[in-house]
Design a protein around this ligand. Structure first.
Ligand SMILES: NC(=O)C1=CN([C@@H]2O[C@H](COP(=O)(O)OP(=O)(O)OC[C@H]3O[C@@H](n4cnc5c(N)ncnc54)[C@H](OP(=O)(O)O)[C@@H]3O)[C@@H](O)[C@H]2O)C=CC1
Ligand SMILES: N[C@@H](CC=O)C(=O)O
Ligand code: NA
Length: 437
């Protein structure tokens, strides 16, 4: 049988890792597939570096459109990133009848609906395992392994860079900039690391898996995004003293009122497996009606793990290349005719429990005033602890609440902040209370 011919766009961390994987594991891959894979063309800006990585048998160019139009390319593997040139190249490749494998969650979160529609018109596959949680086969799990379930909720650590930074700060006392610089040097961070630390990258990934889980179009523009850049080490320490770890979680849940879709720092009880996920590792916890809870764990970023997912997609494309469209798994796990437009819940309507930290005058009666405000909003308190005296006159009060609607907590916070003896804005961090331990 003829080899499958790959056109590679981008030969950086993931692209370079993909070339290396194919060089190292070609024999094993061919043994599994019964067919050889060859990279006929590769595009990047640094031609000399790309020549060294790819070797003499690959045609090298700095023009991505040379690759997407080449007749000897069956599948275009997009590993450039971003949604400008990558988008134009993917659209052109689909129009030219090429299958697509991509690791680009930003592209799919922003333009996935349009790209899948176009791909379906041109009868080509778009595969994106590497776009969510790196090497973990979470897309395959949601599209295939759990296909017989109603998915109820997903909570995941899906940004390796943020998890690496939080782990380094907590376990090794690194500063935020030191830990970020290390994540960049290790090839984990996005070209613009703001996407990692402000929650956008996790939001891109969450929007994709939410759509897969609930059979909706991708709704990234409505995803709530809050990253780790504003998180204070004080809260990481207090959380730890109280038996919790703070992780950047992506949470999506189907409720009778709509779908929750949110990314934010979250307190997780330290006994939970999710709380023990450290460094660049990712983990995704899925709650479904028949199977119950499942947890998927593995490296969320880096050359090798991401290339592993890219190559698995290329192998799937190879197997299904000649199959009729009806034999292929639908792009978003559901037939496109059955996708539903379920509304995304505004943040005020989500339900969570909360960690609040209040700096107030260390005087009798202050705790009572705060407790009264919470009671008036029907918010019950799980714990209320005077954590520390900042100076002779100021106390730090930490409150953990039971579940309530976000609008009630926001209302209570604004009243607490208005108390004359409360000295600075209230810090609020959401707690994870979705899944059983
Ligand atoms: N790094 C990771 O761990 C993971 C990354 N991803 C995703 O994979 C994709 C690639 O990421 P990563 O490998 O880290 O990125 P890199 O920045 O390391 O690599 C990007 C590659 O694209 C090339 N490129 C950029 N612009 C152009 C252009 N205009 N024309 C031709 N080539 C161009 C670069 O060329 P040159 O170097 O010559 O400038 C480089 O080879 C992104 O979508 C990212 O989100 C997904 C999971 C994990
Ligand atoms: N920057 C991303 C890379 C993988 O998707 C991350 O840190 O998770
Ligand atoms: Na994956």
């Amino acid at each position: 049988m003829q080899p499958l011919r790959i056109g590679l766009l981008g030969v950086g961390t993931v692209g370079g890792g993909t070339v290396k994987l194919l060089q190292n594991n070609a024999h094993e891959i061919t043994r599994r597939l019964g067919r050889e894979l060859i990279i006929t063309h590769a595009a990047s800006r640094n031609l000399e570096r790309t020549r060294t990585i790819c070797g003499p048998d690959t045609n090298i160019t700095d023009n991505v459109f040379d690759v997407v139009t080449a007749p000897d390319v069956d599948v275009v593997v997009e590993l450039i990133g971003g949604s400008t040139i990558a988008k134009d190249a993917v659209i052109q490749a689909i129009k030219n009848g090429k299958h697509i494998v991509t690791a680009n969650k930003k592209l799919l979160a922003e333009y996935g609906n349009e790209i899948f529609r176009l791909a379906s018109e041109h009868n080509v596959m778009v595969m994106y395992e590497a776009a969510v949680a790196g090497g973990i086969p979470i897309i395959k799990a949601l599209r295939e392994g759990l296909a017989a379930n109603h998915i109820e909720s997903i909570a995941g650590i899906i940004n390796g860079t943020s998890n690496f930074i939080l782990s380094e700060m907590r376990a090794n006392g690194s500063t935020f900039p030191e830990a970020l610089a290390q994540a960049q040097a290790l090839g984990y961070a996005e070209a613009d690391p703001t996407f990692d630390i402000e929650g956008h990258d996790a939001g891109h990934k969450l929007s994709i898996i939410s759509a897969l889980a609930f059979g909706t179009p991708i709704n990234f523009s409505q995803c709530y995004l809050e990253g780790i850049s504003q998180l204070q080490s004080l809260d990481i320490c207090y959380a730890e003293e109280l038996g919790y770890r703070i992780k950047l979680l992506g949470i999506t849940r189907k409720t009778p009122e709509g779908i929750e879709l949110r990314v934010h720092p979250t307190l997780i009880p330290e006994s939970r497996l999710l709380a023990k996920v450290e460094g660049v590792m990712n983990a995704v916890s899925v709650q479904a009606d028949m199977i119950g809870q499942t947890l998927y764990y593995g490296a969320g970023a880096g050359a090798g793990p991401t290339a592993s997912a890219v190559m698995a997609d290329i192998m799937d494309v190879t197997r299904l290349q000649n199959a009729e469209a009806s034999y292929r798994v639908p792009y978003l796990a559901f037939q496109s005719s059955s996708l539903q437009n379920i509304s995304i819940l505004p943040m005020d309507e989500i339900t969570s429990s909360y960690y609040l930290r209040v700096s107030a005058c260390d005087e009798p009666g202050v705790l009572g005033e705060i407790a009264n405000i919470l009671a008036a909003e029907n918010i019950s308190i799980e714990a209320l602890i005077q954590k520390g005296i900042i100076n002779k006159e100021t106390a730090e009060i930490v409150i953990l609440t039971h579940s309530t609607k976000e609008r009630f907590i926001k209302h209570a916070m604004s009243q607490i902040q208005a108390l004359p003896r409360v000295l600075s804005p209230v810090t609020m961090i959401r707690m994870e209370s979705l899944h059983p331990r």
